[in-house]
Design a protein. Sequence first.
Length: 378
Amino acid sequence: MQKYDVAIVGGGIIGLAHAYAAAKRGLKVIVLEQNSRALGASVRNFGLLLPLAQLPGKNYNLAVQSAAIWKEVLREFSIWSKPNGLLVLALNELETTVMQEFEGIATGLGYEGIQYVDKKGLGRYSPRALNLDNLHGALYSNAETTINPPETVAKIAVGLQEKYKVDIRYNCIVKGVNGSVIETNTGTIHAERVVFCTGANWEQFYPELYSGIELKKCKLQMMRLQVPDSNWQLNEAVASGISMLHYSSFQSAPSIGKLKEYYNQNFPELEQYGIHILAVENNKNEILLGDSHEYSNHDFDPGNSAAINHIILNWAEKYLNLSEVKIKETWDGVYVKNMGGEIYSRLKPTDNSRIVNAVGGQGMTISFGLAEETFDNW
Ligand SMILES: Cc1cc2nc3c(=O)[nH]c(=O)nc-3n(C[C@H](O)[C@H](O)[C@H](O)COP(=O)(O)OP(=O)(O)OC[C@H]3O[C@@H](n4cnc5c(N)ncnc54)[C@H](O)[C@@H]3O)c2cc1C
């Protein structure tokens, strides 16, 4: 029987971040992933490391701590990233009001690098990509970084194997764990400690521990667009004014209630499908565009709704010049969210095991910070 200090169940970003934190502590680590590579939410997202989405205090601090480790990991494993920040784009005066209110309180709340940009100032950002005629202003945050998720996750896995001698076993389904004995479809593994990072498949292990936590699965629709030529550049990640209704950080802006009312009354389809706009350009001249949010306790219909993709594209065109841009592919992703307000769940089934999941829409952002906490507090 092979012996390890730590076994990680799941090779998504939460599993890999835990493998990194454990390996940095000099522990012998194995990652067990049921597929031939990571195929879950960790390779289906925007790749936006987004501290601005977090409530001030412990959540924002966790995202900032995580961003610092991300920076180190990206450098250590020579992974492409674009630390160009985020522009939240306003389509009307009410949105610019919320943005200016937020700019006024941001520093006091603990956010760094937030600046309101008026319509004239927008010209210095991605002039060809932004639909400048339609935009009223923006909020710029310099804390955000864009990565390319599939490439990044694959390179982290290789870096862990090569530099830290982490064993990563793909096509290895963990069927059960008893103390330090892990039963898989390809044999038994022994590890002193086990961390379950199984993403949306949370029901598999110790479901009874979740009895006091309301979890929901969320399906998001996404698309990949090919930019027309090298002069069409989206230098910063962009979010829509509507996105301010989705990120709890903006709840302290006095006019946020009015903005919610405005969208609910005039564009109920956005609320119905949980649509807001995020777009990032990666290192392959592609725009990742989304998204929608549909919730369920268990599972979802297999198809992606053409109507939802149509609404996403329609709204994206209000912010971006997309007339020459072609759709390359569409897909969906599922994550699990803790509906109780916490941005993750960390459970302790036994003294030698932890479950870390329910990271919702912030899993990429907080992954490395979460993993540090798990091992610091073990
Ligand atoms: C469309 C979309 C956009 C998003 N955008 C962002 C963003 O821009 N920024 C951000 O911070 N977050 C974003 N998120 C959220 C983020 O992607 C997730 O929170 C994060 O990827 C979750 O990581 P994970 O490792 O928990 O899950 P996963 O990536 O799903 O990994 C879990 C892994 O566990 C494996 N597994 C499960 N059971 C077993 C078993 N029994 N044995 C072996 N292996 C097992 C699975 O195969 C899977 O690979 C987005 C999510 C989606 C879906």
